[in-house]
Unconditional design. Structure first.
Lengths: 488, 422, 519
């Protein structure tokens, strides 16, 4: 067990807490993972303090659980998986280190949220490739480290994007910077030379950032991240496409992404769109939902420095050509939803409360990757399970996000429920577990396993588990980093 | 040029593997990308031209010695020249020349295969590469009224070739040839039993001295015939007369044409008029020795200019297969009413070999057959009813392969189809 | 040294006698065609493989690897084997993956293709083009393996819009150095090839970075890669006879230009603008020498074209081509390119504007057939040095330093004078870039080669470290990793641990990767 006195010496007394209420707030989250109370919460202010915390934890084999985002947490990855854990809460590390217009990159500490980073990059004429309306307290670094899908598939060249480089303190006590950031030279020297910590791969024949992503803090603690940015458009013209037919939706998405026409580009069902856009609850929500077709595609066309009007005009017409071939019609509004309003919504984090919580207070997500050919079957299967579970299928949210420039499809089912209603909560918990297992059996790939379904997911691939354990033994041989997560 | 003199050529190999594939600009699909039958069959890099360059240098340096394996690799090559073409798409280096010289060296050092020795014995004794008696060489012409060039002068000397002369299944091609020439009013004659092998196959196998002896004999026959034009329906014969004799300073004082070239000329001149319909979907197979290897020889003597780029004084023009006989056979086919020509994937300078050349049909008939069957399959993939070619060795090999595989593909010589149309 | 006969017999039992050989004719032919002149002061040649094996499938590869571990024999796997495929010492066999040559899947809707190692890029691209798709052919050429882990880096001419191997790769099947089979991502969990990452962390991170292990970390037996939309024709109609091929026309929607600039900064600015406006399909910073070699069909013509093109360039430059998805798209992109040309004072090489010549360049760049001509035709030998992949301006500035080194060698008459402009390329619309300096020369002896290539290596490494230019892609071998590692967060120690963990017996010959020494 780590000595709180020593922790206080590192971070200052005010940044260590063993207050029961505080501990309770980290003991569980909105997932169904079992609550485990940490020993204390420590809030480092800089990388040096993180370094010292890790070294101290190694001495006493104290589990460390890194946290960057503010509450509420959703996926169980920040709830301790073992007793005696120390929460390392970096949500207070909010430095935006650098924004580089020429090299289209921003560098920032883990506590920086989307709401904080967006104005900083906007000032330089840049923008982020964001997940779908993240919560206000969500850390940008955490989002990228979780490989959250982003809404601009055109700029999603690799599943790791938009993450570039990170600085990390591994569980083995060493500091490492990934990609171009590794060196030669420290960051300042690299900047003087013209470096900008953009190349994520390397150095040489490894790409450690990929091991750090998706690891749920089980390899080390990240103290800054750099992210690829895109240019802020000079002109944007968003559209909506409504359809009751999933195959048309997939076709339209495929071509918008394949021809790299659209920036933001995704599809949701009416439940999700209503939940996203409703302002007054519950009437607004039901009103909106009833006015929407089963599926809605959102896409945004953009022009930049050169002849933006001409570019957008051409793209609008090209998109219409595609739509005609597919048999759908792009419009600027459907029901009570305007494309402009939705564009505003997706280019910013959520207001409070987080949009997923507004309907019923809680939301369990089932998220996986698949391909177009498999998607209809998986959605059908989910609806069947929803019905069998007695869950109202009109309450099932579905979000379809082409990612990696269309080579993968992220599919997310949102199960909204009232956390105060025990029966409802239990139903959703069971449904989520069953759905995960059955969808997996039908080929859905749960690349980001969380909480209580983790072992089911990991155990499908023992070779990967064995390999990950070997990697873990290099980076965190004492297993102090978030033990009990994934397969560790 | 001796093998030692080609060392710089061999060492220029950069191990890029281009010699294994058809010229990459021409790859249109996954299926027909291989161009070298040897490595396609045997898979070890050793069997590719690139592999051969390396072990040839190793032999020069005595790092390897003659062995059964070495001979097996050396002679499991049809000497089809495809590697040379593919390599020279990008490189200025000789590939075929080292392959020829390596075989010549093997023969000089007494390192041969019994099967090939047997063939050469037949050549020495009977003047033929195909089993048969010298006296019977003209048997195919019995009953036909054709001039004998040993007795009278002619304008056009028709060299029939060993394969056709001694293979009853192919006599129809010789007869059709003569029929067409007669219809065109050509003053043509043959040497009959006095005709001897061109020597080309012997050269491919490395028996250079035997080849030279054959050349001398043939030059004498040409001279005595008084002919202005020499036509042959054998691609290897064509290449021997047109290219190899020239290479060794023995260019015959006679215009050398493949029969398809001559027939194309006759059609153009209006002396042959294909009028009868031959309704058939066909595909044409380019014989290696008529196509890429039939390109005229380029004499060059000079030196490589020392420096950081291989240029020569005087400038050296490499033979790259560009000027082989590709269009005349196609033009002949296109002149036949009702005939529809569809091309295979591997054609002209990057055609897949029939499998017969280089002595392979004698030293490794199974490999020859494998090679031929690949081509049959490619021909079938075009949807053609028949494959047409212009060389008796190709025809013999394909015929065997069609029978062995149970394919329903028909097989013709260009001459046969034209004869039907005239 | 003779191979353990029990080992040989065991491998023969797995493969069949036809697919293994230790005959000297065979093993000799697998050595890189090094010349006597370059064989070292004592005439030492590179070590030879003890035997060559030709497995047909992953199971056979695994069996060979396990036997190697058991009998303490090293192995080195390769596909087409152009460079970096030789052993460093005895007791090493070759795993030649030639028989593993199938395209396993092409998924048109999700735009990925799955190949075994001996599918060459020409094959894959030809099949994709028929389906309205394209792949980023590795820069070495379409004669090379289409596996995104087979090439040194797998950058390619299409990197502007088609990224490169480190990022294009999806799921992967890997036989580790100790003979385990790991199927990454969706392949391991759901037998699908579309994703190489997870569950949890992505194991793609341990098997490559911006370079690959070059045979030093087991065998990669199949991989999926992203492919891209192809707006062109299903096939290019090519006229002519080898080597004088030429497309019959420039397809509609395509345009190609070679632009040169007065200064490097102007070129960098043009690259930035073209990237940010997203108009370039391909953007490759060839120099006049490479352009000349690309089109010329022999060395004499090469020299003539070089003079002709050199007279038409004003400084460093690049080839850019546009491939539009519609007429409107083409009109827009063309107009923007013209604006950028004006703004950066770009000079367009007139010859490339000629539709016939331009079409030829376009097709040769798309099919990537020029590399052999550009690097090897001069003397069959060449070299140079490369940078890494990081922001384009940084990579360009680094390679401009090596240009000075090249000038030194030219001034001493030690290499071909084909001018000093580097080769640079833009990746993902200019987010990153890469640079190389290529040299051509006639090797005469080991000392001469060290004075050329060794000099270049030493000076470039020193500059890369002192100038903070990142870890270049030529960094492999213990020696170089030991040099760069301490300057870059001791990455080499992690790399060694990966090597030790996944190849505990050092069965993968890793002279072009890293060894597990000191671990």
């Amino acid at each position: 067990m780590v000595d709180e006195v020593k922790l206080k010496k590192i971070v200052g007394a005010g940044n260590v807490s063993a207050n029961p209420e505080v501990l309770e707030s980290y003991a569980g989250d909105m997932s169904f993972v079992n609550a485990v109370r940490p020993e204390c919460v420590v809030k480092p202010r800089n990388a040096d303090e993180v370094d010292k915390i890790v070294k101290l934890a190694r001495e006493t084999l104290t589990p460390l659980v890194p946290v960057s985002s503010g509450t509420p947490h959703f996926r169980g990855d920040t709830v301790p998986g073992a007793g005696g854990a120390v929460i390392v809460d970096m949500s207070g590390m909010k430095k935006i280190i650098r924004v580089d217009r020429e090299n289209r990159v921003a560098m920032f500490e883990p506590g920086v949220t989307f709401g904080e980073l967006i104005p900083a990059v906007t000032k330089e004429g840049l923008r982020l490739n964001m997940p779908l309306v993240p919560r206000k307290t969500k850390s940008v670094a955490a989002s990228m480290l979780e490989r959250e899908p982003v809404v601009m598939p055109k700029y999603h060249w690799d599943i790791a994007d938009p993450l570039n480089c990170v600085e990390i303190y591994f569980g083995n006590g060493s500091m490492f910077r990934t990609g171009a950031a590794a060196g030669p030279g420290n960051l300042e020297e690299q900047w003087v030379a013209g470096g900008a910590q953009v190349e994520a791969a390397g150095p040489s024949s490894n790409s450690w950032y990929r091991i750090i992503q998706g690891s749920q803090g089980t390899m080390g603690i990240v103290t800054w991240a750099s992210a690829r940015c895109e240019i802020l458009p000079e002109l944007e013209e968003p559209f909506l496409v409504g359809s009751s037919q999933l195959d048309k939706v997939m076709d339209m998405l495929h071509w918008l992404v394949r021809l790299r026409l659209a920036n933001e580009c995704f599809a949701v069902n009416n439940t999700v769109l209503a939940a996203l856009m409703a302002k007054k609850w519950p009437d607004d929500y039901y009103d909106i939902r009833e006015g929407l077709p089963a599926w809605i595609i959102f896409y945004n066309l953009a022009g930049y420095e050169y002849l933006p009007e001409e570019r957008v005009k051409g793209q609008v017409e090209d998109a219409i050509d595609i739509a005609q071939k597919v048999g759908v019609e792009p419009v600027q509004a459907i029901g009570k939803i305007s494309a402009d309003d939705l564009l505003k919504a997706v280019q910013n984090p959520s207001g409070e409360p987080y949009w997923k919580l507004r309907y019923k207070g809680a939301c369990q997500d089932i998220l996986f990757l698949t391909i177009y050919d498999k998607l209809p079957e998986l959605i059908r299967a989910m609806y069947e399970m929803v019905e069998e579970a007695g869950y109202a299928n009109s309450d099932l949210g579905i979000y379809i996000q082409p990612i990696v420039q269309g080579s993968n499809v992220h599919c997310e089912f949102n199960l909204f429920y009232d956390p105060e209603n025990r029966r409802e909560a239990d139903r959703v918990k069971e449904l989520a577990g069953r759905a995960t297992r059955e969808l997996m059996a039908r080929g859905a790939f749960f690349s980001r396993p969380y909480a209580e379904n983790t072992l089911d997911i990991m155990n499908r691939d023992t070779a990967t588990v064995n390999t990950l354990k070997k990697v873990k033994s290099i980076l965190d041989p004492d297993n102090i980093m978030n033990p009990g997560k994934l397969c560790f | 040029m001796a093998l030692e003199d080609l060392r710089n050529e061999m060492e220029t190999c950069r191990r890029c593997s281009a010699c294994k594939f058809i010229p990459l600009e021409k790859v249109d699909n996954y299926e027909h990308v291989n161009v070298c039958p040897s490595i396609a069959r045997y898979d070890f890099h050793t069997y590719s031209a690139g592999g051969r360059m390396v072990f040839a240098v190793a032999k020069l340096e005595d790092r390897i010695d003659y062995s059964d394996k070495l001979l097996e690799v050396v002679y499991n090559c049809q000497m089809c020249g495809a590697c040379d073409v593919s390599c020279k798409y990008a490189m200025d280096m000789e590939v075929m020349e080292p392959l020829y010289e390596f075989r010549i060296r093997c023969v000089e050092d007494g390192q041969t295969l019994p099967a090939l020795d047997k063939v050469i014995n037949s050549l020495r004794k009977q003047g033929t590469m195909v089993p048969g008696a010298k006296a019977k060489r003209g048997a195919w012409a019995e009953g036909l009224d054709i001039k004998d060039v040993t007795k009278e002068k002619v304008k056009v000397l028709y060299h029939v070739g060993c394969r056709t002369s001694y293979d009853k299944d192919l006599w129809k091609v010789a007869k059709a040839t003569v029929s067409l020439l007669s219809k065109a009013g050509v003053d043509v004659g043959i040497a009959g039993a006095e005709e001897v092998c061109c020597g080309g196959r012997a050269y491919q196998m490395g028996y250079k001295d035997d080849f030279l002896k054959q050349a001398e004999q043939n030059l004498e026959t040409f001279r005595k015939s008084g002919a202005e034009i020499l036509v042959t329906s054998c691609a290897e014969g064509y290449q021997a007369f047109k290219v190899l004799y020239d290479k060794y300073g023995m260019q015959p004082d006679i215009e050398v044409l493949h029969i398809t070239e001559y027939l194309d000329r006759l059609i153009t001149e209006g002396r042959l008029k294909p009028k009868k319909k031959v309704n058939m979907r066909v595909t044409y197979h380019d014989p290696c020795y008529l196509g890429r290897l039939g390109e005229p020889y380029i004499h060059w003597e000079g030196r490589e200019i020392p420096g950081h780029i291989r240029v020569f004084d005087p400038p050296k023009e490499f033979r790259r297969g560009t000027y082989g006989v590709y269009e005349p056979p196609r033009d002949v086919l296109k002149s036949i009413p009702g005939l529809k020509l569809t091309e295979m994937d591997r054609i002209k300078e990057y055609a897949w070999c029939c499998g017969a050349g280089g002595g392979v049909c004698d030293s490794n008939p199974d490999y020859a057959m494998w090679t031929a069957r690949e081509r049959i399959s490619e021909a079938e993939s075009t949807g053609a009813e028949a494959m047409v070619t212009a060389c008796p060795w190709c025809e013999k090999t394909f015929d065997d392969a069609i029978r062995e595989s149970g394919s329903s593909l028909k097989l013709y010589d260009v001459v046969e189809l034209l004869d039907k149309a005239v | 040294m003779a191979l353990n006969r029990d080992f040989y017999k065991a491998v023969e039992d797995v493969l069949g006698p036809e697919y293994i050989s230790d005959d000297p004719v065979v093993t000799e032919s697998y050595s890189f065609p090094i010349r006597a002149a370059t064989a070292g002061p004592k005439g030492e040649y590179l070590p030879r493989f003890e035997a060559i094996t030709l497995p047909k499938n992953t199971r056979e590869v695994q069996a060979i690897v396990k036997l190697c571990n058991k009998y303490k024999v090293q192995f080195k796997a390769s596909s087409t084997g152009w460079l970096y495929s030789d052993p460093a010492g005895p007791d090493c066999i070759k795993i030649d993956l030639r028989r593993m040559n199938s395209i396993l899947e092409i998924n048109e809707k999700n735009m990925y293709a799955v190949v075994e190692p001996y599918v060459i890029y020409a094959q894959l691209q030809a099949e994709l083009m028929k389906r309205g798709l394209n792949c980023n052919v590795t820069g070495a050429g379409s004669n090379c393996s289409a596996l995104p882990l087979a090439a040194h880096v797998n950058l390619g001419h299409l990197s502007q819009t088609g990224s490169y191997g480190e990022r294009n790769q999806l799921a992967l099947e890997w036989v580790t150095g100790d003979g385990e089979i790991v199927r990454m991502g969706s392949l391991g969990s759901s037998d699908e090839w579309f994703c190489g990452d997870g569950p949890g962390p992505s194991l793609r991170g341990i098997i490559r970075g911006n370079t690959v292990p070059l045979g030093g970390l087991g065998v990669f037996t199949a991989a999926a890669q992203k492919v891209y939309h192809w707006p062109g024709p299903p096939t290019f109609s090519i006229e002519g006879v080898c080597p004088h091929y030429s497309p019959s026309e420039l397809p509609p929607g395509f345009m190609i230009r070679y632009l040169s600039f007065k200064t490097v900064d102007a070129m960098i600015e043009a690259v930035r603008k073209i990237g940010e406006s997203e108009i370039g399909f391909e953007l490759m910073g060839f120099n006049a020498a490479m352009m000349a070699s690309n089109v010329a069909t022999d060395n004499e013509e090469d020299l003539r074209y070089f003079k002709q093109f050199s007279d038409q360039v004003q400084g460093p430059g690049f080839m850019v081509n546009i491939a539009a998805t519609s007429q409107r798209d083409f009109k827009y992109k063309k107009r923007v390119l013209e604006m950028i040309m004006e703004q950066t004072d770009a000079l367009s090489l007139k010859d490339v504007e000629d539709p016939k010549l331009g079409a030829g360049f376009l097709w040769r760049f798309i099919r990537t057939v020029g590399s052999i001509r550009e690097t090897s035709r001069a003397t069959g030998w060449g070299g140079g040095t490369v940078g890494g992949t990081d922001v384009f301006p940084l990579m360009t500035r680094y390679i401009m330093y090596t240009v000075d080194l090249k000038q030194e060698l030219i001034d001493k008459g030690m290499i071909l004078d084909d001018a000093i402009y580097p080769f640079v390329q833009s990746i993902e619309h200019g987010h990153t870039g890469h640079g190389e300096i290529l040299i051509r020369y006639a090797p005469t002896n080991a000392e001469q080669m060290d004075n050329i290539q060794g000099f270049l290596n030493r000076a470039a490494n020193k500059r890369a470290i002192e100038g903070r230019f990142g870890v270049p892609q030529h960094v492999w071998s213990d020696e170089l990793h030991d040099m760069y590692g301490p300057e870059a967060c001791n990455y080499h120690m992690l790399l060694r641990k990966i090597k030790k963990t996944f190849d505990p017996n050092g069965a993968s010959e890793s002279s072009n990767y890293i060894t597990a020494k000191d671990v």
